[in-house]
Design a protein around this ligand. Structure first.
Ligand code: ATP
Ligand code: SF4
Ligand code: MG
Length: 367
C-alpha cells in the first residue's frame, strides 16, 4: 500500500483548482415564476486541493458548504467561475466526457437512511453506477462490488441484503462502498458521520483515513464537528455566507485563527491543551440571508471588531505562508506583527475579549 498524501515534491501541483466559483439559485415568485432575486449560496470562492489532500470545510448552517461540494461535481450547475480537475475544465464538459469526469468524483452524504434506496438490494445499489459507467462484465462487476464491500469492512453476503437489514454505521459503509466501486479519485464527504452514534463515528472516520491512505484518495470533508475536521484535514477552510473567510493548514488554523468569525467558532470547542483554551466568544445576531448579503465584509453586522471600512469595502485576501484571511483588522494585525500569525491571532483575541463581555451575549456562534 502506498501513501499518496502530498509531499514537498507534489505540493503546488493542484489536483482541483477552483477560481471565483459562484453558485446562485434563482428566487421565483408569482404565477409566472418570474425571477425576483437570487440566493447567493456560493459567491466567489477560490481554492485548490492537492492530490491526496483533505480539505476540511466548516461554517454555520446555510453558509454554502454543501453547495460548494455539489458545484464541484456539477450536481448543481455553478453560475460563474472556473473549476479545473487535473487540467479538465469541469464546467465545459458534457455528454460522455462529463460522465467520465463524474465517475472520478463521488459524494457520500450525511444521511445513510435517505441516501440508499430501501427497495434495492445492496447489489442493486452498488451495481447501478457500474452499469451507468459501463464498467466490467457481470462477473467483474460482482468482483468489484465484493472488493469495495471488503474494503469498507462489510461482509460479502451484504450484496443480497437490503439497507434496512443494516445499522446506521453499516449503511454509511455501504454508501462509501457505492462511491468506491467506481474507483474515484476524489470524494466529497458531506457530513458523513454526523447522523451516526458517537460510538460509531470514530470507526467510520478511521475507515475514511485508511481509505485515503490505501487508495490515494483526495477529500473535501464537510462537517460541523470541528474536532473531527481537525483530525481528518490537512487544510481547513472556514465559510461564512457564501465566501471562504479563512483557509490554512489545520495546525495553523486551530492554533492561530485570525478571522474574528473563526475565533468565535473555535472558541466553542473544548480543548485539553491549555495553550488553546479560549474564552467563549458569543456573537450577537443571526446569519443574514444569502439573498441579501451585507455590503463590504459580509460578517460586519455581527463582528465585534467591525470598523466603518468593513461595511463599505470587501476585505481583500491576505496570505502569509499559505494562511489566507479576508479581514481588514486581521490584515493590519498580521502587518503589525511582522507576519507572525500567532502573535496576530493573540492580538485579535484580546481585541475581541475587550469588545464582547460574555454577559452581553444574545446568540452563540455555532457550526
Ligand atoms: N437547490 C437550491 N435551491 C435554492 N436554494 C438553495 C438550494 N440549495 C441550497 N440553497 C440555499 O443555499 C444556501 C446554502 O445552502 P447549503 O446547503 O449549501 O448550506 P450548508 O452550509 O451545507 O448548510 P448545512 O450546514 O445546514 O448543511 C442556503 O441558504 C440554502 O437554503
Ligand atoms: S473585515 Fe471588519 S467586519 Fe469583517 S471580520 Fe474583519 S473586522 Fe470584522
Ligand atoms: Mg450542508
Amino acid at each position: 500500500m502506498t501513501d499518496h498524501r502530498p509531499t514537498e515534491s507534489t505540493m503546488g501541483d493542484p489536483f482541483f483548482s477552483v477560481d471565483r466559483l459562484q453558485t446562485h439559485f434563482p428566487i421565483r415568485r408569482g404565477v409566472l415564476r418570474r425571477v425576483v432575486g437570487a440566493v447567493q449560496a456560493v459567491d466567489g470562492v477560490s481554492f485548490g486541493i492537492e492530490r491526496g489532500e483533505t480539505l476540511g470545510l466548516v461554517g454555520e448552517s446555510g453558509c454554502g458548504k454543501t453547495t460548494v461540494g455539489r458545484s464541484l461535481l456539477r450536481l448543481v450547475e455553478p453560475t460563474g467561475g472556473q473549476v479545473r480537475l487535473g487540467g479538465v475544465d469541469v464546467r465545459q464538459v458534457s455528454g460522455r466526457q462529463l460522465r467520465a469526469l463524474r465517475r472520478r468524483m463521488q459524494v457520500v452524504f450525511q444521511d445513510p437512511y435517505g441516501s440508499l434506496n430501501p427497495r434495492m438490494t445492496v447489489r442493486g445499489i452498488l451495481e447501478e453506477g457500474l452499469i451507468v459507467h459501463r464498467m466490467g462484465s457481470a462477473s467483474e462487476r460482482v468482483e468489484r462490488m465484493q472488493r469495495a464491500l471488503e474494503r469498507t469492512g462489510m461482509p460479502a453476503d451484504a450484496l443480497r441484503r437490503y439497507p434496512h437489514e443494516f445499522s446506521g454505521g453499516q449503511r454509511q459503509r455501504i454508501a462509501i462502498a457505492r462511491a468506491l466501486v467506481l474507483e474515484p479519485e476524489f470524494l466529497v464527504l458531506d457530513e458523513p458521520v454526523s447522523a451516526l452514534d458517537v460510538s460509531i463515528q470514530a470507526q467510520v472516520v478511521n475507515l475514511l483515513v485508511d481509505l485515503r491512505k490505501d487508495l490515494g484518495l483526495t477529500y473535501l470533508f464537510i462537517s460541523h464537528d470541528l474536532s473531527v475536521v481537525e483530525y481528518l484535514s490537512d487544510r481547513v477552510a472556514v465559510m461564512y455566507l457564501g465566501r471562504f473567510v479563512e483557509t490554512a493548514t489545520a495546525a495553523k488554523l486551530y492554533a492561530a485563527p485570525l478571522h474574528p468569525y473563526t475565533q468565535a467558532l473555535f472558541s466553542a470547542v473544548p480543548s485539553v491543551d491549555p495553550e488553546r483554551r479560549r474564552s467563549r466568544i458569543i456573537l450577537a445576531g443571526d446569519v443574514p440571508s444569502p439573498s441579501r448579503p451585507p455590503s463590504g465584509c459580509r460578517f460586519h453586522p455581527r463582528c465585534p471588531l467591525a470598523e466603518s471600512v468593513c461595511g463599505e469595502v470587501d476585505p481583500p485576501e491576505v496570505a502569509v505562508d499559505g494562511h489566507r484571511v479576508h479581514c481588514h483588522v486581521a490584515a493590519r494585525a498580521v502587518d503589525q506583527a511582522g507576519g507572525d500569525t500567532a502573535a496576530a491571532s493573540r492580538q485579535i483575541a484580546e481585541l475581541i475579549a475587550k469588545q464582547v463581555p460574555p454577559a452581553q451575549a444574545t446568540a452563540a456562534a455555532s457550526v
